[in-house]
Design a protein around this ligand. Structure first.
Ligand code: ZN
Length: 278
């Protein structure tokens, strides 16, 4: 798909060595359907392959970075070109849906996490559940003071969202609190716990993210790539990839438990629990 047909994202080059990819579904608080994730992957590929680009910013239109999965969009894969080797997305039982989530969530997020160029999430407003799956794979996070981070889906009878790196992002103690209580972590708490790099006023967010990107982009690509790979390798030595895969298996225990009890991938009572506490 050519980038002039992208509907849910925009691609910009705000300065010589910086690409900016923008989530452009403000009317749904940037809820993610598969088309958006697919377009996002294509845009990351374009930035990764463009030799003039050294740093990639992921930003979002509107008041909120992302409200997570678009629950109204469905899970049909027929219009999606998979980038991994998963297949049989329509298979019955646990098989088809596990393949779908492995492709669209864990597969894409892990791919973006390993782009050999620095990536910066530029975050405002709410980041809920699947929204975090676009923030955590980025290398750095610049957020505005109004940003909040939550993964309340334990109320749906699963362990958390699919790309499960919370203990690496927030530390084990805060990760458990986030998951057990579903509460939103504020920007200043996030800074205190090393979940983000910088908190700025809302009207300075875009310029702060761009300034950080331009500062980084003065360094040679090879140094940045090697530094990124070295930190990522350290996380991998701490078991990050294996931990993600293990949590993903447990996530599907949750989905299949809910299917048996409620004929739904998630516990339908969860929505009210989350709404009551919002
Ligand atoms: Zn799931």
């Amino acid at each position: 798909m050519a980038d002039d047909t992208w509907e849910h994202i925009r691609y910009e080059q705000p300065s010589e060595r910086v690409a900016r990819i923008v989530l452009a579904r403000a009317q749904t608080a940037n809820a993610q359907d598969y088309q958006m994730l697919s377009e996002l992957n294509q845009a990351f590929d374009r930035a990764a392959r463009d030799e003039s680009v050294r740093v990639i910013i992921l930003a979002a239109d509107g008041n909120h970075f992302s409200s997570g999965h678009d629950l109204r969009a469905g899970t049909d894969m027929s219009d999606i070109d998979p980038i991994g080797t998963w297949c049989c997305f329509d298979s019955e039982g646990a098989e088809g849906y596990m393949a779908t989530e492995a492709e669209m969530y864990v597969g894409l997020c892990w791919r973006w996490r390993n782009i050999p160029k620095p990536t910066i999430a530029q975050v405002q407003g709410k980041v809920i559940a699947g929204g975090l799956m676009l923030v955590w794979p980025m290398d750095l996070v610049v957020c505005s003071e109004d940003a909040t981070f939550s993964d309340p889906v334990v109320a749906f009878g699963v362990n958390g969202h699919e790309y499960f790196t919370h203990p690496y992002e927030a530390g084990a103690r805060l990760a458990k609190e986030m998951l057990f209580t579903g509460r939103a972590i504020t920007s200043h708490e996030a800074l205190q716990h090393g979940m983000v790099n910088q908190v700025v006023p809302r009207d300075e967010l875009e310029s702060a993210a761009l300034a950080m990107a331009e500062h980084i982009a003065r360094r040679p690509m090879i140094g940045l790539t090697l530094a990124k790979q070295s930190v990522n390798n350290s996380l991998d030595a701490m078991g990050m990839y294996t931990a993600i895969q293990s949590a993903f298996g447990l996530h599907h225990v949750g989905h299949n438990h809910n299917l048996r009890l409620f004929d739904s991938l998630v516990d339908p009572a969860g929505l009210q629990v989350i709404r009551d506490e919002a």
